[in-house]
Design a binder for this molecule. Structure first.
Ligand code: PDD
Length: 292
């Protein structure tokens, strides 16, 4: 089946879909994006993802290309045309096409691109957990905005791939772990506290992170938002990462050293199972604890 993409008002075969060479997303990375999972034909945490998209647009003074109901229609139509029942829908909004000049163009005509494809959650194929390596976080100071300016993340992920690792955990200027290149980082302490960094400008406030937090608290586990160092992570009982495409992924090695007994930990596995149940059952626009 040939894939279909949505580009600025029309649906086109994926191989022919293109944006203008002077699109500001292409020239300046002047663009934001979101990725939403589709499971059993339903969108997982759609509203929080669209809220975060609106926030990214607002903070960057970028115009929404269409209103939310129209965007939701385009997302569904793209998912339908690509016959995605389990997968992801990707949307990217740039500040539009204009003659190359760093300052904003006078017009406010954002570009919108939407694609969708079938995938299975990465955690399903890696029951034994994954290895991560660490690297310096060389990103800018607004990592809370989901922009397509991902070169530091690309370089760090490539470094991880070349080291045979699944992800890179990045270490910020304060010496603490910030997050992964495309996921949030967590550890579990000896006292069974799940620890993850607070959502400041230093990290992307992951939607999966927020849902997992709500699920954990609802189940009576203690969640603490604070920074943690590499040394603390190496001494932790368990570690995991969370994202739209990885769900809850056990981390069993950091920089080659085993975490705990080198196998996915019990709290990680419990949260993973509960998140799977939640995502598989998610209704469009609902969240774990009514607005996580
Ligand atoms: N990545 N941190 C970063 C830097 C990310 O890029 C992502 C998501 C996350 C997790 O956020 P969420 O739980 O909302 O997916 C954290 C997406 C999936 C991507 O770039 O494809």
């Amino acid at each position: 089946m040939s894939r279909i993409a949505y580009v600025n008002g029309r649906y086109a075969p994926h191989r022919d879909a293109a944006v203008h060479i002077e699109d500001r997303g292409y020239q300046f990375a002047d663009a934001v994006y979101e990725v939403i999972a589709i499971q059993n034909g339903r969108f997982v945490d759609e509203e929080p993802h669209l809220d975060r998209l609106d926030r990214s647009l607002r903070e960057l003074r970028m115009a929404a290309p269409v209103a939310r109901p129209a965007l939701k229609h385009i997302l569904r139509e793209t998912v339908r045309r690509n016959r995605v029942r389990d997968g992801i829908v990707y949307m990217q909004i740039s500040r539009g096409v204009a003659r190359r000049d760093h300052a904003f163009p006078a017009h406010r005509e954002s570009s919108l691109v939407v694609t969708a494809r079938s995938t299975t959650p990465k955690s399903a194929a890696r029951a034994g957990g994954v290895a991560v390596v660490t690297t310096e976080d060389i990103r800018w100071k607004r990592c809370d905005l989901k922009t397509v300016g991902l070169l530091p993340n690309v370089l760090a992920k490539q470094m991880a791939a070349e080291a045979g690792a699944y992800e890179a955990w990045m270490i910020g200027a304060d010496g603490a772990i910030t997050e992964c290149t495309s996921a949030n980082a967590w550890i579990v302490t000896d006292t069974r506290e799940a620890v993850t960094r607070p959502p400041t400008h230093a990290i992307l406030n992951g939607i999966t992170r927020r849902t997992v937090r709500a699920i954990a608290e609802e189940a009576g586990y203690s969640v603490v938002e604070r920074s943690f160092t590499l040394d603390e992570a190496l001494a932790a009982a368990e570690a995991f990462l969370t994202s739209t495409t990885s769900h809850v992924m056990p981390v069993v090695r950091i920089d080659g050293a085993p975490i705990g007994d080198g196998r996915p930990g019990p709290l990680t596995c419990a949260l993973q199972a509960q998140y799977e149940a939640y995502a598989g059952a998610a209704e469009a626009g609902t969240t774990a604890a009514g607005g996580a």
